[in-house]
Design a protein around this ligand. Structure first.
Ligand code: GTP
Length: 370
């Protein structure tokens, strides 16, 4: 079984975390998101995948190569310029030879792919769209279905009074490659605004596949944090790497943890981490490999990528730090703040209210109280 994963987007909503790292390559519990996704596909019988890359394409090649490390066959195909979601699949059409899964590369889900495939075949569908219910449909594109779950209408960000369903496109599709004849070659073309409305007109069978599987789009800072929390509290199935050393505390390799440090799960601690005297690390949190957490640092609800150095007495809550940042003593980072990579933030700063700090930022002591 073959699949195409769309991983060429700019990931603007997640900037500045995506300045140096394309969104599907950002770590999810210390593992590149796309790697966990590929393993999930492999475990559900998909062993040949085309990655449709564009933005920061070389990062995918360097990390994944031909896929042999993951025991699967991988084709990494770069678009000459962004072609949009349907245009990207059209661009790799020559590699497809039958029923094909297509995935957005930024969706965390435990959808049963085998059940979706059986449904697609039973319905003799040409396009099957996975659907998920949401609480507030006004923020999304809704998919209306008629008898037999045949798709009848797409509604983009409707007003409250126009809402007829709470089901949205969940970013997993099965297509018969023949529908790609409706996609103009070498052009920017989207599924939602291009191909799907055309298929409604041609009358080719297009079905929705509603499911209550776990579903989160990792593409916004808060959803990126939320998905970590959901994994750590066990709301979604996840294969933790490393060894469980205490109640819901996983250690990936070796770490140097001071006996006076307070460690409360759910937590994942990467290889080479050092945690100093009197530090408090409270879950749900992920401490990336080779991070140094100084004495009396307090951390709660945080995702740290690799190589961060947090000096004495700093306080980190509900925030994300990219790679290799240095955080000065007693600096406080909280409330959805995002620090990118290679920043040097002096002591006694306060970074809150969703502030976003770009890569390489240098900040003196007491320079920001935001
Ligand atoms: P934002 O800029 O924050 O909207 O993120 P994004 O660029 O990733 O866009 P969006 O979340 O809508 O994209 C959904 C999926 O399609 C993501 O996995 C993207 O990587 C992918 N994608 C979007 N546009 C393209 C494209 O032009 N080419 C390819 N190959 N993939 C794309």
């Amino acid at each position: 079984m073959k699949a195409v994963i769309l991983v060429g987007g700019l990931g603007t909503r997640l900037r500045p975390l995506t300045c140096n790292t394309p969104k599907p390559m950002i770590p999810l519990v210390n593992q590149p998101f796309i790697e966990a996704m590929l393993l999930r596909l492999r475990d559900q019988g998909i062993d040949e995948v085309v990655l449709a890359v564009q933005y920061l394409a070389d990062r995918f090649v360097a990390a994944l190569g031909d896929g042999s490390r993951l025991n699967m066959k991988l084709h990494i195909i770069e678009e000459p310029e962004p072609r949009g979601t349907a245009g990207a699949v059209k661009n790799v059409e020559h590699l497809l030879d039958g029923t094909t899964f297509v995935f957005n590369g930024d969706v965390m889900t435990d959808l049963d792919l085998r059940a979706m495939l059986a449904y697609h075949r039973e319905k003799q569908s040409k396009v099957t769209i996975s659907l998920t219910p949401v609480d507030d449909p006004t923020q999304f594109g809704l998919v209306e279905m008629g008898r037999d779950n045949r798709v009848s209408r797409f509604l983009e960000k409707p007003r409250a009074e126009d809402i007829t369903t709470n089901l949205i496109n969940a970013g997993t599709y099965i297509i018969e490659p023949e529908v790609l004849r409706y996609v103009p070659p070498a052009q920017f073309y989207m599924f939602e605004r291009g191909l799907f409305p055309v298929i409604l007109q041609t009358g080719d069978p297009m079905f929705g596949f509603p499911s209550r599987a776990y579903w989160t789009d990792i593409g916004k800072p808060q959803t990126y944090l939320d998905v970590h929390h959901d994994i750590l509290i066990g709301k979604v199935r996840y294969n933790f790497q490393g060894q469980q050393i205490a109640d819901r505390v996983w250690l990936e390799g070796d770490a140097d943890i001071h006996p006076s440090a307070q460690i409360v799960g759910p937590l994942v601690i990467g290889h080479g981490v050092s945690i100093g005297r009197g530090a408090r690390i409270i879950g749900p949190s992920v401490i990336g490999p080779n991070c140094t957490i100084g004495p009396d640092v307090s951390i709660e609800g945080v995702v740290l990528w690799e190589g961060n150095q947090i000096a004495e007495g700093a306080v980190l809550r509900n925030c994300v730090l990219g790679r290799n940042n240095q955080i000065g003593p007693k600096t406080q980072i909280s409330d959805g703040a995002i620090i990118s990579d290679e920043c040097n933030l002096g002591g006694d700063n306060r970074l809150e209210h969703g502030i976003r700090i770009w890569p390489g930022t240098q900040l003196g002591e007491q320079a920001i109280s935001f």
